[in-house]
Write a protein that binds this ligand. Structure first.
Ligand code: DHB
Length: 386
């Protein structure tokens, strides 16, 4: 197979990139080792920055973020049993949309297929050969080799990226682990709150999120080695409820459970020659603050402009600048995700001093116009053009 841009990974980054390239008349091939059904049914985060929604608008009515999703104009930070609203509209005049990532993927896949995109499921990349005509070495579901020769290869293949080895080496980057994780549930119940509640309690963190009028998503801080089967439904509700004092959670059957591990990672190199990394292949953030998919979309916006200049005009300047330009936002998002995480969770080895200091930190945010504005600005997303 020959194409202009070979894209490994049909997640939000890879699919959005193929769309932006197609808008400039640049042909691409997208492969993913998963089936379409797996991609469209894997539960991930649910918050879209305003800029992400605006970029999704460019795929046309296939994007249901504004029609099926819900605009949120604020969140609540809760600590010492009291809620404090961060009003996005008031602080920064922006908003976020609650719209699950797998729904975004359904929309993007439908739009790309309708546009005639060469999009291949069940094709696993084994490696990338760099050079002037880089190649992706892959195989299809039957094990039959597939070789894609391109002008440029993009690794949008997630945290276990195969493309990363060709750019940055397998584990070549800055890395941080956290001594806790999230236990996530989906349940059939009406919403317990109109907006998201990020709650810091002596028993640990909890997040009350939503999915729809009848399905809710909630998380509570747990040990990274927690076995999801170890809790009865009643125990799960007890764990959640004791971390959200002041709100009586509306309970219902829990039909999905998962444990999300917390990691921060940034690859040392984001581009080598004619291969570049975007999204989780380039970086990972812990989930607090919901930056993962939004950051992937911001990378892609930059890389699409760089590839346009390079492939259509032979101008390599934006491509040369891509690692530095992307890094600025990546490290701001790394900081924000780390900050939200460390401010809201209770570390297993926290001392009485740590605990009081953390409450002081939360109070300095919610009681300051500027503190609230910083949080709102970062949560709703920095401008994509910056
Ligand atoms: C959700 C996940 C997040 O990490 C977050 O910060 C907010 C919401 C969610 O899955 O709904």
């Amino acid at each position: 197979v020959r194409t202009r841009v070979a894209i490994i990974g049909a997640g939000p980054a890879g699919l959005m990139l193929s769309h932006l390239l197609a808008q400039s008349g640049i042909e691409s091939v997208v492969i993913d080792q998963r089936t379409r059904d797996e991609i469209e049914s894997t539960i991930r985060a649910g918050i879209l920055e305003q800029g992400t929604v605006e970029l999704l608008d460019t795929i046309g009515p296939a994007s249901r973020a504004r029609t099926v999703g819900h605009r949120h104009d604020g969140i609540e930070l809760r600590f010492e049993g009291e809620g404090h609203r961060i009003d996005f509209a008031d602080s920064v005049g922006r908003a976020v949309w609650l719209y699950p990532q797998h729904e975004v993927l359904k929309d993007l896949i439908a739009a790309r297929l309708a546009a005639g995109q060469d999009l291949r499921f069940g094709v696993t990349a084994d490696g990338v050969d760099d050079g002037d005509r880089p190649r992706v070495l892959a195989r299809d579901a039957d094990g039959v080799p597939v070789e894609i020769e391109a002008d440029f290869v993009v690794g949008s293949d997630g945290s276990r990226s195969v493309a990363r080895a060709a750019v940055a080496g397998a584990r070549n980057g800055s890395f941080r682990e956290y001594p806790f994780a999230w236990f996530g549930i989906l349940c059939e119940a009406p919403p317990s709150s109109e907006e998201l509640i990020y709650s810091n309690s002596p028993d640990g963190f909890a997040l009350v999120s939503q999915r729809s009028a009848t399905v809710q998503r909630m998380y509570f801080q747990c040990d990274p080695d927690t076995d999801t089967a170890a809790f009865s439904e009643e125990q799960l509700w007890d764990e959640l409820q004791k971390r959200v004092p002041g709100t009586t959670l509306r309970q219902g059957p829990i039909f999905q459970r998962d444990v999300l591990r917390f990691r921060s990672f940034v690859a040392n190199e984001l581009r080598r020659g004619r291969v570049a990394l975007v999204g989780d292949a380039a970086h990972t953030v812990p989930p607090t603050g919901a930056k993962g998919m939004n950051l992937a979309i911001a990378d892609v916006r930059l890389l699409a402009a760089a590839l346009r200049a390079f492939l259509l005009e032979g101008d390599e300047r934006l491509l040369d600048a891509y690692p530095d330009t992307a890094s600025r936002r990546i490290w701001k998002a790394q900081h924000f995700s780390w900050w939200m995480t460390s401010m809201l969770h209770v570390a297993p080895d926290a001392t009485a001093f740590d605990r009081r200091r953390q409450l002081g930190e939360l109070r300095s945010v919610v009681e300051s116009e500027h503190g609230r504005a910083y949080l709102a600005e970062a949560y709703c997303g920095w401008p994509l053009d910056a």
